[in-house]
Structure formats: C-alpha cells, structure tokens
Design a protein around this ligand. Structure first.
Ligand code: FRU
Length: 450
C-alpha cells in the first residue's frame, strides 16, 4: 500500500502528464472561459518518445483536470511536435509541427500542421499547412518547428523556429487569412542566433515581447549555463517589413530547470517546462518525468521583463522576522518582504543535512541544490553546474520582494521580478524552513496551496 502510494507521488499543483514523459507546454489558450494547456507527451515511458499532445484544463491555472490526449502521432507523422492554439469561428485550432523521420539525417522533415476541435476535447487533423514549398531555400526543412500563432489587423500571424542552411537559428514570420494557406513574410531578426538552433519562439504583441529557447548556446558569464537556454527580447514587429526591432534582451529564468516557455493566447500568462534536456530525472522511479512551471504573469516596464507567479494560497503563517525564523512546509508559497536588506539566507526542504538554499552574496542571489537529495547530473561541466549552483542578479533597493513557489520536487524563486526555477529531490519528509535575515524590517508569510 505504502509502496503504491509512493509510486503515484506527483506534484500537487504543477501539471505533469500523469504517467510518462512530458516536455514543452503547447497550445496554451483561453477557450470558452477555461484555460487549456497541452504539452509534449510520451505516455508509454518516462523517456522522450513519439510525441503526443497531452491535455489539461483549468478555471484558475491552479486546479488542473486531465482530458484525453489531444493529438496522436500517425497520419504520416512520427511525432506531433510543439505548437500553439488560437480560437476562430468558435473552434479551437492547433498549429503544430508534424515530424517525419524519413530515415533520418537530411531526410527529416518538420512541417507545420493544423488541427481543429468544436468542443475543445476531440481534434481533427487537417494536414500540412506550412510546407517545404513555403520555406525559402536558404533554410533547412529538417529544423523548422514550433509555430506560435496570433491574430492582428485581420490577419493570422505565425512565427516558426528555423535554421539557416549555412548558419544557425532563425525565427520566420508568416501570415494567413484562413489558417490553411500561409505566406512567408520575413526572417524576424535577420541574423543567426548564438545557439545552433532556436526553439519555441513566442510573441506577445500587447507587451512587445519576443521569447525563445536556444540550443547549445555559449555561456555568458554565469548565465545561460544550461545546455539549452531561454531569452526574452523587448521591442516590436513592423508588420510591413516583417522585422522585429530589439530594444533590450535578457534571460527568462536563471535556474537549472526551465525551458520552452509559452504564453496563453488571450491572457498572456506564461508557463514553461520545469526540467531540462540531457539530465537524469529522479522522479522516473515514480513513473513520471517532467512537469510544467506554475503560471506566471509577465510585465514589461522600461524595456525590462518582470515575472510574478499567479498562484495565491491561503495564509497560514504571517510574522515579522528579526534574525531567524524556523517553520515547516514543503508545498505552498513563501512571500518574504524586506526593507534595506543587508543579508538574507533561506533554507528549504531541510532534514538531517539536506537543504536547498538561496542566499544573498554581494550583488547576487546564490541558489544551491547540492544538498537537495538525489543528485541530478547533466552534460554541463562548468564549476557552478557541477557544484549545484545557479546565480541571479540582486539590485540593492529600499524594498526587496522574494516569492518562493514550492511543490513536491520543485522550487520556483521570484526576486524583484526575476525568476529561478529548479527541481529538487530531497527525502519526502524533508520540510523544515529556516530564514535568517538582517534588514530594517522583514515580513515572512507562508501560504498553503490546495
Ligand atoms: C523543445 C523541443 C521543440 C520540439 C519539441 C519536441 O524542447 O525540442 O523544439 O518541438 O521539443 O518534443
């Protein structure tokens, strides 16, 4: 009985595939008043396999209900890769990448396909709508994926990740009147990415925000250390020329486990994949691998990106802190506010030498999961990665706000609008919390979620 319970262990309010593997969030959309989230899913194993689209739905981005798998490979596709959703004529439309192996290598094809649903549950595939003939000759049809669609001025617009045959990652802009027939507009940035390929581009017109993933990019100081990283660009698209003008740029999340974010059509909230490629995933032994982040609200102010988790729980502890506070809890939200903070160290999931910590060190937050229980080893060989460390900038200010979203197997840290996400696998009963703080004033709040 006990063993069965443990085998079924899952995060409480983060989306998983139930059983099996998941990666990127897909098709995030508000449809008929409910939030629909799809995700890259292989239900038959805890490893990546022929991609399906799993499906969950929610009224509040916190309680998720599982729906039947929306897209299955087949119909000439060896996998239904990432994509997005849009509502048109009362129907829910999915634009996704049909992946065909064709013997591999240069014969691989990644083309953009369409599916639709009248009820938001059952989907009908309509085949390829942005095919090889729609891809200018200088880009490779082997790396052409992850369409993100939106609507503006009577047109459907869509960006797709691509790779220049003689270069690296690109983002291509297309437009259409009916979702079935698409016209190439331009190469959005007109230059190669730093990494070898771009993945999962997203554009939020109302915020002037472009997001994307990058594969195998070089490190930049202590950032972009993960094998794959994410970037945001503030700026705007000129729809006449199809070019995006960059005003500012940055990393979306400083943590170990964050990739392939997407925003909800008609709402703008963002979710990402709370995991990373090419690492062992200790939850495999419980029958699942991969989860989505909690939903985040995005704001662009003075060309900077600010993120804030949308989750709100019921306050169970609210206390002023002067020195140290000890508490316990492993699932919920911590909200720590401090005025003129001089030092701060937060230790979570503590038990018998195990702990997950975040501490201020000069102009950095230093996150350390080296004592977080089961180790996670990836392909990254830099000193921080080997030491279980990730860093995030800290700017001295009169007021500092720290929010930590904790669930079974994860912590997502938000400090003054910046984010750092990581999975952790300590003992299941490791739940002590210690906060040491030196500030003019500090308040500690713990909220219970679900
Ligand atoms: C990003 C990604 C996408 C692709 C999908 C395949 O994590 O590689 O580019 O569509 O995963 O599962």
């Amino acid at each position: 009985m006990e063993e069965k319970k443990e085998k079924m262990l899952r995060p409480i309010f983060h989306v998983t595939g139930g059983n099996g593997w998941i990666n990127d969030p897909n098709g995030l959309v508000l449809y008929k008043g409910r939030y629909h989230a799809f995700y890259q899913h292989y239900p038959h194993d805890v490893h990546w396999g022929p991609m399906h689209w799993g499906h969950v739905v929610s009224d509040d981005l916190l309680h998720w209900e599982r729906l039947p798998i929306a897209l299955y490979p087949g119909d000439g596709e060896d996998g239904c890769f990432s994509g997005s959703a849009i509502v048109w004529q009362d129907k829910l439309w999915l634009l996704y990448t049909g992946f065909s192996e064709n013997g591999g290598g240069e014969n691989i094809r990644q083309l953009q396909c369409l599916a639709s649903s009248d009820d938001g549950v059952h989907f009908t595939k309509h085949g390829v709508v942005i095919g090889e003939k729609d891809l200018p000759a200088e880009y490779s049809p082997c790396d052409f994926r992850d369409p993100k669609v939106w609507c503006k001025d009577g047109w459907f617009w869509c960006i797709v990740a691509a790779r220049a045959k003689e270069g690296r990652g690109r983002i291509l802009l297309y437009r259409s009147q009916d979702l079935f027939s698409w016209e190439f507009v331009n190469d959005l940035l007109g230059e190669d990415s730093l990494g070898i390929m771009i993945e999962c581009p997203d554009y939020i017109e109302e915020k002037g925000l472009l997001l994307c993933g990058e594969q195998f990019q070089p490190h930049e100081g202590n950032t972009h250390l993960n094998v794959h990283t994410t970037r945001w660009y503030s700026g705007s698209i000129d729809y006449q020329t199809g070019r995006f003008t960059v005003k500012n740029r940055g990393i979306i999340d400083y943590g170990f486990d964050f990739y392939a974010p997407q925003t909800f059509a008609y709402d703008g909230a963002m979710m990402g994949w709370l995991q990373m490629w090419d690492r062992n995933i200790p939850s495999e032994k419980y029958g699942f691998a991969g989860m989505l982040t909690a939903a985040r609200k995005l704001t662009v102010k003075d060309d900077e990106l600010y993120q804030e988790p949308i989750v709100k729980g019921e306050t169970v502890v609210e206390q002023e802190v002067n020195g140290r506070i000890c508490d316990s809890g492993k699932i919920g939200v911590l909200r720590i506010t401090a005025d003129n903070v001089k030092s701060l160290r937060l230790a979570l999931r503590q038990k018998d030498g195990q702990q997950t910590t975040l501490a201020l060190d000069g102009d950095e937050w230093v996150f350390n999961r080296s004592l977080s229980g089961e180790s996670m080893v990836g392909v990254e060989k830099d000193a921080d990665s080997l030491a279980g460390i990730r860093r995030m900038p800290f700017k001295k200010a009169a007021h500092t706000e720290l929010i930590v979203v904790m669930d079974e197997f994860s912590v997502e840290i938000f400090a003054d609008g910046k984010a750092l996400s990581a999975t952790v696998y300590p003992d299941l009963d490791a739940d002590k919390i210690t906060l040491d703080v030196d500030a003019d004033y500090c308040k500690y709040v713990r909220e219970k979620v679900l």
